[in-house]
Write a protein of this length. Structure first.
Length: 259
């Protein structure tokens, strides 16, 4: 999918990242680039189903090595080659990284203990279903609807793999091995396609600017929710979309960047 990485890339630009390079499979890269001329798009080889093929690992790895931070997952799809690419990024990229969407599916394909091995700071941003899948549970099962169970499991997993987990939803939980925070911004209108991709881009931009992983995740969740609250105020919760959050990130950042 081209829209998801485009949203993440545009959110990163609007969150202080000076340069954003979007790497997508052939066919999707040009579409994603058309959303914003400020995004630098690069294509990598694709399989017949449109996802990255095995040969793309070299291209993606080389570009990631040049970055200050990486965002992995939005629109990436699901296949064996995608799984291998995500695991390579998780284990080998020394820079901070945020993993979302189908990257979380890829990480769920290996035992949780294997995720302890990673080369740099890591932030995971699952919603309830994705969190359940990471735990080896059905994404639409009863556990995915039990918020208290998921929050306890997220805290345990964050400590076990030495990563930050942002468990999205009402009262988004941000947790790592040492700290826990709960986000108070946001509203139900944000439960619409693409808003998670915006959060991924905001988080990646803050990581790229040198914030530690927990601080970046916590601020990103707050900014993301405040942009959503601004959109809901202007448009109503029914009609707001992820693009409306993009258009209000500047409103959200003003209180935290003013002199």
């Amino acid at each position: 999918m081209a829209g998801a990485p485009a949203l993440a890339a545009m959110a990163a630009l609007k969150s202080g990242a000076g340069l954003v390079e979007l790497v997508a499979p052939e066919g999707a890269a040009a579409i994603a680039a058309a959303f914003d001329p400020c995004v630098m798009a690069r294509s990598a080889s694709a399989a017949d189903d449109g996802t990255f093929d095995a040969a793309a690992r070299e291209t993606v790895g080389a570009r990631a090595a040049l970055a200050d931070a990486v965002a992995v997952g939005p629109g990436i799809g699901r296949s064996d080659s995608v799984r291998d690419l995500v695991l390579q990024m998780w284990r080998e990229v020394p820079h901070p990284g945020v993993f979302d969407a189908d990257a979380l599916w890829a990480l769920s394909q290996v035992p949780v203990a294997d995720l302890r091995r990673h080369a740099g700071p890591r932030v995971l941003t699952p919603h309830a279903g994705e969190m359940a899948r990471l735990l080896g549970l059905a994404a639409n099962g009863p556990e995915a609807r039990d918020r208290a169970v998921l929050e306890r499991a997220a805290a345990d997993m964050a400590a076990a793999i030495d990563a930050v987990i942002v468990l999205k939803g009402p009262g988004t939980l941000i947790v790592d091995a040492h700290f826990t925070a709960r986000n108070a911004t946001g509203n139900p209108g944000m439960a619409t396609a693409g808003t998670g991709d915006v959060l991924t881009g905001v988080t990646a931009a803050l990581l790229a600017q040198g914030l530690e992983a927990f601080a970046a995740a916590r601020l990103a969740a707050w900014v993301h929710g405040r942009a959503g609250d601004s959109a809901a105020h202007d448009l109503g919760q029914v009609s707001m979309t992820a693009r409306d959050l993009l258009d209000r990130l500047h409103v959200a950042f003003r209180p935290v960047t003013a002199d």
